[in-house]
Design a protein. Structure first.
Length: 344
């Protein structure tokens, strides 16, 4: 714990003077309070080494409830949360799986709390994580509610795993990510998610088991994905996904065991086992006109959905992700769509 505290203090000093473009910087007390509650959370479990699974952590301890109570008198902003991620990510300690899960669960709780507080004030929020020079396993683990989240240039395992669990999100995006189980189990358990977009992602078990157990997803749009076991087991157990559009995917076992996916578009999909099996009950996806895999007509169809769900905009090199107002304006139609689905 002494090493962790020392690394955290050094990382916090590096953040002094940093200003986010277009965002008013709050006093450092908000960030310090987030770090103080994080330490309390870690101390609560420093003897709980027996907790070896995410499910056990969730059952044993209500992370969101704990954080919300501890922060009941603390207002914090998107910039405070982003700064917290930078501090913790800069003090990364390898070979500490339990600690990384606590870090991830706490970051997910903060995101859920911020989203709900903003919603009460009729405000939206956009979280942009620039992962240059940091590593963060389990980032935003088990986030329940989020608006727009984009993660860029980050390495780590289980990034945004179990995101929007039993809750909602407008858009989850990632580019230049590396690690295992990235965007794993997104939108499960009766959740509503507008879109998941990803570009240049490397690893194993990427984007698997999404929109299951009643989860509802509008679109998943992917470009340049490399590794093994990518995009398997979508929309099972009462789940649903409107569109799966992917281009340039090289993976052993990709898009295998799909269930209730309305439309599938694939361009330059390579590797063994691609679209290997699908559930026999999948009547819509099994219709020939709803599957467009490595066909000439698939490329313009992919571009259409890449434009519609903002992969070509938000994840392009020329777009300024620090322009929060523009990001929220572009995602407003998708936000409205998710709100309508939640009311049904």
């Amino acid at each position: 714990m002494t090493q962790t505290q020392t690394n955290t203090n050094l990382a916090l000093k590096k953040l002094k003077g940093i200003k986010s473009k277009g965002v008013k910087v709050k006093s450092k007390s908000s960030l310090e309070k987030l770090l103080e509650v994080h330490k309390t959370f870690m101390d609560e479990f420093k003897t709980a080494a027996w907790i070896s699974s995410i499910g056990a952590l969730r059952t044993y301890f209500n992370t969101i409830g704990f954080a919300n109570y501890q922060l009941r008198d603390c207002e914090f902003s998107e910039f405070d949360l982003e700064s917290f991620i930078q501090v913790i990510g800069s003090s990364y300690i390898p070979n500490s799986d339990l600690q990384s899960r606590f870090n991830g669960a706490y970051s997910g709780a903060l995101l859920s709390i911020l989203t709900e507080r903003n919603k009460e004030q009729n405000k939206r929020n956009f979280i942009y994580i620039d992962g240059t020079n940091i590593k963060f396993d389990n980032l935003f683990l088990e986030t329940k509610h989020a608006d727009v989240v984009i993660v860029n240039d980050l390495s780590g395992n289980d990034i945004c795993s179990q995101f929007a669990l039993g809750g909602s999100a407008t858009l989850l995006g990632g580019m230049y990510l590396s690690g295992n189980s990235i965007f794993h189990c997104v939108g499960n358990c009766d959740s509503v998610v507008g879109a998941v977009i990803g570009k240049v992602i490397y690893g194993t078990n990427l984007l698997n088991s999404n929109f299951t157990r009643g989860g509802l997803g509008t679109a998943v749009v992917l470009d340049d994905i490399y590794g093994s076991h990518v995009g398997n087991h979508f929309a099972w157990a009462g789940g649903y996904l409107g569109v799966l559009a992917a281009r340039t995917v090289d993976s052993y076992r990709c898009f295998d065991n799909l269930c209730n996916v309305k439309k599938i578009i694939g361009v330059d999909i390579e590797g063994r086992g691609k679209f290997g099996k699908s559930d026999g009950r999948l009547r819509r996806t099994n219709r020939k006109h709803n599957k467009h895999i490595n066909l000439k007509r698939a490329e313009p169809m992919f571009e259409y959905y890449a434009d519609k769900y903002l992969l070509n905009t938000l994840l392009s090199l020329g777009f300024d992700l620090n322009d929060r107002d523009q990001v929220l304006e572009l995602t407003q139609p998708l936000y409205n769509h998710v709100r309508r689905k939640l009311k049904k």
